[in-house]
Design a protein around this ligand. Structure first.
Ligand code: HEM
Length: 180
């Protein structure tokens, strides 16, 4: 399955770009949801929930792929502080991809709302009904989503730095088919 030590395996690359697209879409849907009071709000929520659960499932698969296929090493001449920042931000992204959907699901459970994925598929509650917990989880969901957005921007900036300024092959290791 592993194609070369200078690039991520195909499954990791496909999952990376698919999840990136879903997360970007989700952040805009989330903000659009809280900014609209018309019937569009209900429509956006009905997209937000299944998309969020899809991100959770894809992130779990991606984590398994990542643990089974170690990523290509960062360039040897990259300063240690940048290596540390890269590793820390990658694990933060994994953490947020798993925790934000779970907090969204727990929030709706705490509020006593059914978590519907489409018309007939209903997920079980994962938190007891509790109004105070609902309020805390709702704020937590929003703040973690904001942190995800900031981490996403830093990640994008780092990718462009590697691809356009250092030109060290790091960006290509996630795009594929080009050696350093
Ligand atoms: C990676 C996945 C997710 C991301 C990035 C995300 C992002 C967001 C954002 C940015 C908001 C707006 C926060 C605010 O400003 O108040 C939001 C609200 C919300 N999210 Fe998520 N979310 C995710 C997953 C989920 C899941 C899985 C569920 C439920 C199963 C969910 C349910 C909700 C609900 C109910 C709201 C509040 C809507 C409202 O009050 O109008 N989210 N989300």
């Amino acid at each position: 399955m592993k194609t070369s030590s200078t690039q991520f395996v195909l499954a990791a690359r496909v999952l990376h770009w698919l999840i990136a697209l879903l997360i970007l879409t989700m952040l805009f849907i989330g903000v659009g949801m809280v900014a609209s009071v018309s019937e569009r709000h209900e429509w956006l929520i009905s997209i937000h929930k299944p998309l969020g659960i899809s991100i959770l499932i894809l992130a779990i698969i991606r984590l398994i792929v990542r643990l089974r296929n170690p990523p290509p090493p960062l360039p040897a001449d990259l300063p240690p502080i940048q290596k540390l920042a890269a590793h820390a931000s990658h694990w933060l992204l994994y953490f947020l991809m798993l925790v934000i959907p779970l907090v969204g699901w727990a929030m709706l459970s705490a509020g006593g709302y059914p978590v519907m994925l489409g018309h007939s598929l209903r997920l079980p509650p994962i938190f007891p009904v509790n109004a105070a917990a609902f309020a805390i989880l709702r704020h937590t969901h929003a703040w973690l989503a904001m942190l995800l957005f900031l981490t996403f921007l830093a990640h994008l900036g780092a990718a462009l730095y590697h691809g356009l300024i250092r030109r060290d092959g790091v960006l290509w290791s996630m795009i594929g088919n080009r050696t350093r």
